[in-house]
Design a protein around this ligand. Structure first.
Ligand SMILES: Nc1ncnc2c1ncn2[C@@H]1O[C@H](COP(=O)(O)OP(=O)(O)OP(=O)(O)O)[C@@H](O)[C@H]1O
Ligand SMILES: [Mg+2]
Length: 253
C-alpha cells in the first residue's frame, strides 16, 4: 500500500506569550495523517493538543517547524479544513439547518442549494426532521452531530476534531463513536482526532500519537492493528488491554 500524506506536521515548536509571560507549549512535535487514515492525539490536559489542531488548520503560526497539507506548505495560513473546535460552536440564534449550511454559504453556494445539501445529510446524522430546531431545542448528542455535520460539509476531506464527545454521557459517547467510524468509512475522510480517553483512541484509530505533559513532545506513536469494522466486543480482548497498558504507561512516564 502506498502511504499518501494528507497532513504532515514537522518538528513544530510553539510558545504562547501573554504580557511578560512566556509559555512553551509544544517542543519539536511531528505527526502525520495519511490519506483516509484515522489518527488520534492522546495527551494530558494542557499538553498542547488543541494547539496542535490550531497549527494544523493554519490558524496559529508555530515558532519553528512546518505544516504540509496535500504536500503544500501551509504553515500559518488558515486552510479550508473541517476543523471542529473543542466547544461545539453552533450559533444559538441560527437553526440547525442554518448552522450546518455555514461552510457551504462561505464558499458562495446558493442558499437553496446549501439547504438542500444539509437536508440530504440529516438522516445520515440522525437529525431528520430537526432542520428548523434551534440548538437549545436539541439534545447534547444532537448538537454534537450537528456540529460534525457542519464540519463534514466543509469541502475538504481532512477533519480535525477536538474532543468532540467529551461532554457526552458514556452511553451517548459510545454510540457516537460507532457513528463517527461509519461516517469516516463512508465518506473516506482523513481524521486527526484529539481525545483524553485511552479507550476511545484505541477503539477509533489506525494510529495513536501520545503527547507528553507540557511542553508537549512526541512520547509514543503506536499503530492499532485491531481489525475493522471495530466492535465494542474488541474492547475486552487481550490485544485491546495490551494497547491500553502501553498507553497508560506512556502517559504516566
Ligand atoms: N491563547 C492562549 N494564550 C496563552 N496561553 C494559551 C493559549 N491557549 C492555550 N494556552 C496554554 O497553552 C497550554 C496548552 O493548551 P491547549 O489548549 O493546547 O491544551 P490541551 O492539551 O488541548 O488541553 P485540554 O486537554 O485541557 O483541552 C495550556 O497551558 C494553556 O493555558
Ligand atoms: Mg484542548
Amino acid at each position: 500500500m502506498i502511504f499518501i500524506e494528507k497532513l504532515s506536521m514537522e518538528n513544530v515548536s510553539s510558545t504562547y506569550y501573554s504580557g511578560t509571560q512566556r509559555l512553551a507549549v509544544l517542543e519539536d512535535v511531528s505527526l502525520h495523517v495519511g490519506e483516509g487514515e484515522f489518527v488520534s492525539v492522546l495527551g494530558p490536559s494542557g499538553s498542547g493538543k488543541t494547539t496542535i489542531l490550531k497549527i494544523a488548520a493554519g490558524l496559529l503560526k508555530p515558532d519553528r517547524g512546518r505544516i504540509l497539507i496535500n504536500g503544500k506548505d501551509i504553515t500559518g495560513a488558515p486552510q479550508l479544513v473541517g476543523y471542529m473546535p473543542q466547544q461545539d460552536l453552533l450559533f444559538p440564534w441560527k437553526t440547525l439547518k442554518q448552522n450546518a449550511a455555514l461552510p457551504l454559504l462561505a464558499v458562495k453556494t446558493g442558499k437553496r442549494e446549501a439547504y438542500r445539501r444539509v437536508e440530504e445529510m440529516l438522516p445520515v446524522f440522525g437529525l431528520e426532521g430537526f432542520a428548523d430546531y434551534y440548538p437549545v431545542q436539541l439534545s447534547g448528542g444532537m448538537r454534537q452531530r450537528a456540529a460534525l455535520l457542519r464540519t463534514m460539509l466543509v469541502e475538504s476531506n481532512l477533519m480535525l476534531l477536538d474532543e468532540p464527545f467529551a461532554a457526552l454521557d458514556a452511553l451517548t459517547r459510545e454510540s457516537m463513536q460507532d457513528w463517527l467510524l461509519d461516517i469516516w468509512r463512508r465518506f473516506r475522510r482523513s481524521v486527526l482526532f484529539v481525545t483524553h480517553s485511552i479507550d476511545e483512541a484505541i477503539y477509533l484509530s489506525d494510529r495513536i500519537c501520545v503527547i507528553s505533559e507540557r511542553p508537549g513532545k512526541n512520547a509514543l506513536e503506536q499503530v492499532i492493528e485491531l481489525p475493522r469494522p471495530r466492535t465494542k466486543a474488541m474492547m475486552v480482548t487481550k490485544e485491546f488491554t495490551l494497547y491500553k497498558q502501553l498507553f497508560i504507561n506512556a502517559l504516566a512516564s
